[in-house]
Design a binder for this molecule. Sequence first.
Ligand code: ADP
Length: 195
Amino acid sequence: MHIVFLGAPGSGKGTQAQRLKDHLQIAHLSTGEMLRHAEEEGTKLGHEAARFMHAGQLVPDEVVVGIIFDRLMAKDCERGCLLDGFPRTVPQAEALDGMLAERRTPLDMVVALDVPESLLEERLLSRGRADDDPGTIRERFRQYHDLTQPLLDYYQAKGILRRVNAKGTPDEVFDRISRVIEYAGNPQFAGKSQS
Ligand code: ADP
């Protein structure tokens, strides 16, 4: 089972993806985490990516597509995975479709977290990460709006988009996400949403 998590910066995407991965027992692929890890390790990729991340910009498609491609081919992704932060642009989504088609494992569902923009900004400012200063935040929203939001239409047209109201406590939001996934008839999830 392959699920994509979509959400604006500060939508709680990372938190919810972590919880969902624990429930579904599938691999969790977060491009943000992978890129931050590469930066900490001081690799060439990390240095290159950091310039974009700190400016609130997206890392070039070919860089993230390369990273994700390697991870998707790993053994722990055979049963599926939860993609968190990828794809973020239409070309990335097309690349993902190509990779999954090659393996004959279709994308089952795209969960999009809906949060009003005023709340997103508030959340990000209180988080205090290095790429969370007001100017960078504004740029990240702009990039989200211009490059990532078109993915909602892309997946809507494929009939796999599920929008979830992500305003509320992490527990409330997780409950809504589990219901959406359960409703889609995922046997792996049956009976697990109450815990
Ligand atoms: P958040 O959850 O705060 O939206 P992430 O942790 O997912 O952010 O990503 C942090 C940064 O890493 C992004 O602002 C971007 O610069 C870079 N990044 C992560 N995923 C991608 C991607 N799929 N394409 C391009 N850049 C990405």
